[in-house]
Design a protein around this ligand. Structure first.
Ligand SMILES: *Cc1c(COP(=O)(O)O)cnc(C)c1O
Length: 354
């Protein structure tokens, strides 16, 4: 049997180590996971209640068009319902968009060095060519990305804030970048951490001006629903129609749709998410400074911290019952913001190890 050449060169996506796995290995309980940028609050109780009610309908197929959820998002962002697409996590939308626009080996996809690992994965899976722009102070260098554009460019990915660096490019810079990208080239603006930022939602307004802009957002991070797998994109109705053609008919399950509708209206939870994250960011930054560790100032729910021997620290932290995330960035570990207690435990464990 012969798999496609593009598949043979792929390595599977490495997620954070599951809590249960480490608990089994060490024979301990109470493992702390700060590895996957999950919301340390747990899901909103209102959302959990809505999910329980949704189970009464679980013998039926979900609404394949996700009408009610799209309507909620449409109201939430004040955009036309035809501009919204739903995905099994925003990750699926990144993949669907790539499938829509990237067709052959010579097609080029531009993204930044140290950007979200899914971009190289989907590019490679489609057998296309990745064009990686060198990072600027670990973040996106949008000018370097512009310089990579040529006739073969089929897609550009920008993550803002970026994962795993936590860096943020200003709205002005993104806007000026969008002006310079030829309108035939779709740009995905991946805003998985948007809700953690305390800024006006300018990106959605840019959709009036740029037909090639695709914004993706998710319920996995600030809304605390990573396990349900639901995200969305907002873009021109033309591109949304293309996405609709390649997606699987029931790509977002019923419970996820109901939960996401409830989550959008649960402003208290979102506010608490932000508060816990802001406080946790400060707590960890102060702790890292005290331990004389350098880190990249973050705008998301995690921090990339530099060590002299990241993998040794990673393994030592595992032995202390803390899971963090090795990343493809020299000697950095990515540490998600936890609850105050989890952050304290992590800092104590680090102090002990160092
Ligand atoms: C977490 C993340 C996503 C997607 O998460 P989903 O759970 O698939 O919605 C997308 N982009 C970035 C940059 C992320 O960090």
């Amino acid at each position: 049997m012969n798999a496609c050449e593009s598949i043979l060169g792929l390595s599977p996506y490495q997620g954070g180590k599951p809590i249960e796995e480490l608990e089994r290995e060490l024979g301990i309980k109470n493992v702390i996971k700060l590895a996957s940028n999950e919301n340390p609050l747990g899901a909103s109780l209102k959302v959990v209640k809505a999910m329980k009610l949704s189970l009464k309908e679980i013998h039926r197929y979900p609404d394949g068009n996700g009408y009610e959820l799209k309507k909620s998002i449409s109201g939430h962002l004040d955009v036309a319902i035809e501009m919204i697409s739903l995905g099994n996590g925003s990750n699926e939308l990144l993949e669907l968009v790539a499938r829509v626009f990237v067709c052959k080996k010579t097609d080029e996809v531009i993204f930044s060095q140290y950007a979200f690992v899914v971009y190289p994965l989907v590019t490679q899976a489609l057998g296309a060519t990745a064009k990686v722009a060198p990072a600027k102070e670990y973040g996106h260098d949008l000018n370097a990305m512009l310089e990579l554009i040529n006739d073969n460019t089929k897609l550009i990915f920008v993550a803002n804030p970026n994962n795993p660096t936590g860096t943020l490019v200003s709205d002005d810079e993104i806007y000026n970048f969008l002006i310079k990208v030829p309108s035939r080239i779709p740009v995905v603006l991946d805003q998985a951490y948007f809700e953690y930022l305390n800024i006006n939602d300018q990106a959605i307004d840019w959709l009036n001006e740029f037909d090639n802009l695709i914004i993706t957002r998710t319920f996995s991070k600030a809304y605390g629903l990573a396990g349900l797998r639901v995200g969305y994109s907002v873009c021109s109705p033309t591109i949304a129609d293309f996405i609709n053609r390649v997606r699987e008919p029931f790509n977002v399950n019923h419970t996820a749709q109901i939960a996401a509708i409830c989550a959008l209206s649960d402003l208290d939870y979102l506010k608490e998410s932000r508060k816990v994250n802001d406080t946790g960011l400060r707590q960890l930054e102060e702790g890292f400074t005290r331990l004389k560790l350098s880190y990249i100032p973050s705008h998301a729910n995690f921090i990339a911290v530099k060590f002299s021997n990241a993998m040794e620290i990673y393994n030592s932290l595992l032995k202390e019952g803390v899971i963090v995330r090795p990343v493809e960035m020299d000697n950095f570990l990515r540490i998600s913001i936890g609850t105050a207690e989890e952050n304290t435990y992590l800092l104590q464990a680090l102090e002990k190890i160092l």
